[in-house]
Design a binder for this molecule. Structure first.
Ligand SMILES: [Zn+2]
Ligand SMILES: [Zn+2]
Length: 790
């Protein structure tokens, strides 16, 4: 290992090794080559455009003072569309300057019309605060930008409502504060010219469906006050952004997707850690929230964390400024600590140039770390995905991605941190012990040849629609004309609310019958949210949705909140409250549950001889019955403790397939092996579904059985883990053959003997990954694929 001097990295472009040389040295370390694929992503020159003629000189000058000489073509194009009154979504890469695309038309309008207002929505308070600084720095007269969120002091709120013309907030505040208080906001809403929705790809699944209706409620209030604002949306690169933005806003939206900002070339390597010899014990270390289920297992790969730590140490030793993305905070700290140790062993003191970065740091601390990395005082940073939202840390020489981040969109967002204009950079995806990661490093076409995912949301979900209509009715009686705005199913949902006694029909429309407003949490689902309270201080740390509370907040659970570890003393389900105390034990906790499922109705099906493929409603009953404590450093199971929690019901949407017992026998699956075959196929199918839809395997549940009481056949169910469904099972049904083909290949191509976390084991199995049969799972999927039409 050679040491490097600070001078070589702190002074602008580093004359360090080329990405190809660097990769060559990294992969030459072990006996076997861990690199499964190398892709060259070519550099792209920027395409500047002149300032649009409508942009006032004053505004151009303000941007010029902030270092923006001229817009890139996509910025000018989107800005002009919006200025001309078209709803527009700009969906381009990391650091492509999406904010200029909405700032330009919005601010030009504020300057031209001294009464006009702009509402800006961000998914997080931190991003809104960043945007506030950016707009305020332009020092435009009369704009008076201000953040309006839960932290805004009461005393300032009235001033903001009356005087600010550029209000930055989030969907939760719009839902809880602005819309119910529309009378106080009437002046602002009456003059509303633009609604900006930043990072709109984060509004997906059930949360996205709620936000879609909050925006419809906003449009309804604007219409009542006589305004029709233009919507400008900014998205990470995503599939079919026009459709997704249209579903979110309920409006026709034009997409601008041609990224005209310059980009340096990237050498992108896919990296698979080697399998450890059998019986060498669990790989270490494992983070508490890792998806590695390392008990009862014969064979494992070297952990992605350890591999990433080594790669980070090696790149830093070469003087290369490197950012490592790790999924959990603990994981990021483990990677940083291991890299520091390895560097200090080689050159004492060199370890000081590596740090960990996570959400939960104060803004000043984060800025300091960013500054140190950009200047080269710091060479390596291990980070959680906290960086993904709104922090401008780009232009690194290398990016290591520890584990597939779940979507190609996030992968490109993270990889986009590498490379400055005119300089080549390296990106490495290190596969975790997980079926999806394993599949991807062996199928580079699924990363480099496939478009990024579409953002999936379903505003027609009755579990979202009905409570949102209740909110709308509280704000103003619903009229028949309003129902069209809320889309399919609105009339049905209103009828339900009437028969439940929540709404009453009068000549002026449907009225909310209660004094209090409906309690609806945009991010919560499956029951009222549970409050997390620190016993010693009475401080409310946050809330967890009811659906997750049994898993995350049972007595004895280790609960992480903004980077701090707490242990739950008591979960009070009657009061909806969990009492916790700060403690950082050296174990993590993992809840176990038992699940039962019954079919309510079939929406659609494919009859394929011995195989049937179905989409429909199901009732899932599950009960958290125990939890395991596992040593963080080794993954070793300390003990399993029983829990006494009630069972819960979930009405949701599932996709399922059945096979005839004869077809299984013919394929060589012995009757005794059928449960293990189906169970293994179920795990892998859940693991691969994120390839098809923007979901996480944690959004989905599954159940398999050799005979199900409703189908009377061997069956595998995969269901949305959200009441009413979130669109994931529907997407799985629509892409069934491609989804199950990828599942089959992932299992067949895994190098393990009899199943491992890279193929058929699941980190969230309620049965402790037992029984599982890897070879029979392949036979099951072969039967399905042979019969199912493409
Ligand atoms: Zn395997
Ligand atoms: Zn299982």
């Amino acid at each position: 290992m050679e040491s490097s001097s600070a001078a070589t990295v702190s002074a602008g472009p580093s004359p360090g090794p080329t990405p190809a040389d660097l990769l060559h040295r990294l992969r030459a370390r072990g006996a076997a080559d861990p690199v499964t694929h190398v892709e060259r992503v070519p550099a792209r020159p920027g395409v500047p455009a002149p300032w649009p003629s409508w942009a006032p000189p004053e505004l151009r000058a303000a941007f010029a003072r902030r270092g923006v000489g001229a817009p890139w073509q996509h910025q000018a194009q989107a800005a002009t569309l919006a200025y001309e009154g078209e709803h527009v979504v700009v969906a381009t890469g990391t650091a492509s300057g999406k904010s200029l695309a909405y700032q330009l038309p919005a601010l030009a309008t504020l300057l031209a019309d001294p009464r006009a207002t702009v509402l800006y929505l961000a998914p997080t308070k931190a991003l809104a605060a960043d945007q506030l600084r950016a707009v305020a720095a332009l020092e435009l007269e009369g704009v008076r930008p201000a953040c309006y969120d839960g932290d805004t002091p009461r005393a300032e709120r009235e001033w903001i409502r009356r005087h600010s013309r550029f209000v930055l907030t989030n969907p939760d505040m719009l839902h809880h504060g602005v819309l119910p208080g529309h009378a106080q906001w009437s002046g602002f809403l009456r003059r509303l010219a633009y609604v900006v929705i930043d990072e709109c790809h984060t509004y997906r699944g059930v949360f996205g469906s709620h936000v879609a209706h909050v925006l419809r409620r906003l449009r309804r209030q604007c219409a009542r006050f006589g305004s029709t604002p233009v919507f400008v949306l900014a998205s990470a690169t995503s599939g079919d952004p026009s459709t997704a933005a249209g579903r979110l806003t309920g409006l026709p939206v034009t997409a601008v997707t041609e990224d005209a900002s310059p980009r340096g070339g990237v050498t992108f390597a896919l990296w698979e850690p080697p399998l450890l010899p059998p019986d060498s014990g669990p790989s270490t270390p494992v983070p508490p929230q890792s998806t590695g289920d390392h008990d009862d297992l014969q064979q494992v790969r070297r952990s992605a964390l350890r591999e990433t730590a080594d790669l980070l140490a090696d790149t830093v030793a070469e003087g290369v400024r490197t950012l490592a993305f790790v999924r959990s905070r603990k994981g990021a700290e483990v990677v940083a600590a291991n890299a520091r140790r390895a560097l200090d062993d080689a050159v004492p003191g060199l370890g000081d140039r590596v740090a960990a970065y996570r959400g939960g740091y104060l803004r000043e601390e984060r800025r300091e770390l960013e500054r140190a990395l950009l200047h080269g005082d710091l060479l390596g940073l291990a980070s959680t995905n906290a960086l993904e939202l709104g922090v401008d840390l780009v232009g690194l020489d290398a990016v290591l991605i520890c584990g597939y981040p779940g979507t190609r969109a996030s992968l490109w967002q993270q990889a986009g941190r590498a490379g400055r204009s005119g300089q080549e950079a390296l990106a490495v995806l290190v596969a975790r012990d997980d079926p999806l990661d394993t599949y991807l490093v062996h199928h580079p076409e699924a990363i480099f040849g496939a478009p990024v995912e579409a953002t999936v949301l379903d505003p027609a979900n009755p579990y979202v629609l009905a409570p949102q209509l209740a909110c709308a009715a509280f704000e103003a009686p619903l009229t028949p004309a309003d129902l069209a705005l809320f889309g399919d199913g609105a009339k049905e949902a209103v009828d339900q609310l009437v028969s439940a006694g929540a709404l009453r029909q009068r000549p002026t429309g449907w009225h909310w019958r209660h004094r209090e407003r409906p309690e609806v949490d945009l991010r919560g689902e499956g029951g009222a949210p549970v409050c997390v309270v620190e016993s010693s201080t009475g401080r409310l740390l946050g809330t967890v949705d009811g659906g997750s509370s049994h898993f995350l907040l049972h007595s004895g659970a280790v609960y992480l909140h903004q980077g701090v570890s707490y242990v739950v003393d008591d979960l009070d389900l009657v009061d909806g409250c969990a009492l916790v105390h700060a403690e950082e034990p050296d174990w993590s906790t993992h809840a176990r549950d038992i699940t039962d499922l019954s079919v309510v109705s079939v929406r659609s099906y494919v009859d394929a001889g011995p195989v049937g493929m179905f989409l429909g409603e199901v009732d899932v009953t599950s009960q958290v019955v125990s939890y395991q404590r596992r040593r963080i450093a080794t993954g070793e199971v300390i003990d399993t403790r029983p829990l006494d929690l009630p069972a819960r019901e979930l009405r949701t949407v599932a996709v399922w397939f059945t096979l005839s017992p004869q077809s299984l026998t013919l394929a060589g699956v012995q009757p005794a092996d059928v449960p293990g075959a189906l169970h293994a196929a179920e795990h892998a199918a859940i693991g691969l579904l994120p390839l098809m839809a923007t979901c996480d395997r944690w959004d989905i549940g599954g159940l398999s059985t050799a005979v199900h009481q409703d189908t009377e056949a061997p069956t595998v169910f995969v269901y949305d883990g959200h009441p009413g469904g979130a669109g994931f099972a529907e997407r799985a049904y629509g892409t069934a053959s491609a989804w199950l083909r990828a599942t089959r290949d992932a299992i067949a191509e895994c190098g393990c003997e009899s199943g491992c976390p890279s193929c058929v084991q699941s980190p969230k199995c309620g049965n402790g990954n037992n029984p599982l049969s890897k070879p029979d799972a392949i036979r099951v999927l072969d039967v399905v694929l042979a019969n199912l039409p493409e």
